[in-house]
Ligand binder design. Structure first.
Ligand SMILES: NC(=O)c1ccc[n+]([C@@H]2O[C@H](COP(=O)([O-])OP(=O)(O)OC[C@H]3O[C@@H](n4cnc5c(N)ncnc54)[C@H](OP(=O)(O)O)[C@@H]3O)[C@@H](O)[C@H]2O)c1
Length: 260
């Protein structure tokens, strides 16, 4: 199927690795010119043919500068993929262990970064009758299954996408959300990521946690989701083929969430 994306322009946040990098690759493969934003530039982003722009999106002023730079590079903006999120660890503690500063850090990266980038990008997106795809989490729907600050921020992000779709639909801007279950990225696999932290907190080896995760999460595919699988869904939602799809939230979780 031709996704009719050739020649379009996109900004992807959290793009140096994991799901963001997979989205960059998938969009580029469809002929989209992509600006890839993260704090660091990786060889993989450059190899994908994207234009790397460095930005620390936990800082409030970074969003506007990033969007300005992206629009200057691309000459407009058809697609915004708000993928940045997760964090650099510190997610595994319970409610009583979280400080005000940790709440602010998690909510900044997993919610306000998307609010700020979207605010800066909306005039260009409206001019292009463009599309926004936000990367949330199944934790927004099943909050007991994840760290409290993270799932609370993601629940806000999912609600934000729905509200934005309502407000800007009449101007031709579509907004959709993708909510993955466990995806095989550094978040789970890195020795300093959330998965390693969780294993330590549970008193089990990291590799044992990863091996048992699909079953523990009720994933009927019996494996983690691949970043490229999330990227394929994001790419479809960003494409004109999904012109009638807006205000939706799509699970991609291997069957983990059991409710309708
Ligand atoms: N993996 C999962 O199981 C899973 C499940 C559900 C939802 N998600 C969501 O999917 C999204 C991507 O997750 P992932 O697993 O691909 O994460 P990841 O592998 O940890 O990658 C995170 C990306 O965000 C960038 N980043 C981190 N902090 C940043 C900051 N302050 N400013 C700008 N960029 C920053 C990182 O690059 P730099 O370090 O170079 O900045 C990297 O490119 C996140 O929103 C996450 O919450 C993931």
């Amino acid at each position: 199927m031709d996704l009719q994306l050739k020649g379009k322009t996109a900004l992807v946040t959290g793009a140096s690795r994991g799901i963001g990098l997979a989205v960059v690759r998938a969009l580029a493969a469809e002929g989209v010119r992509v600006v890839a934003a993260a704090r660091t530039t990786t060889p993989e982003v450059v190899a994908a043919g994207a234009i790397p722009v460095t930005a620390d999106l936990s800082a409030p002023a970074a969003a506007e500068r990033l969007v300005t730079e992206a629009i200057t590079e691309l000459g407009g903006l058809d697609i915004l993929v708000n993928n940045v999120g997760g964090g650099d660890g510190g997610l595994s503690g319970g409610f009583l262990e979280l400080t005000d500063a940790q709440w602010a850090q998690v909510v900044d990266l997993n919610f306000f970064a998307t609010v700020r980038v979207t605010l800066a990008a909306l005039p260009a997106l409206a001019a292009a009758r463009g599309a926004v795809v936000n990367v949330s989490s199944i934790g927004a729907r099943v909050p007991h299954g994840g760290p409290i600050a993270y799932t609370t921020a993601k629940a806000a992000l999912t609600a934000f996408g729905k509200a934005l779709a309502e407000e800007f639909g009449p101007q031709g801007v579509r907004v959709n959300t993708v909510s993955p279950g466990p995806v095989r990225t550094d978040m789970w696999e890195s020795p300093t990521g959330y998965g390693a932290e969780l294993a330590t907190a549970m008193g089990i080896p990291h590799d044992e946690l990863l091996a048992n995760l699909p079953t523990a999460m009720g994933m009927v595919i019996n494996r983690l989701v691949e970043p490229s699988e999330v990227a394929a869904l994001v790419t479809y939602l960003a494409s004109p083929r999904a012109a009638a799809t807006t205000g939706t939230d799509h699970l991609i979780d291997g069957g983990a969430v059991k409710t309708a």
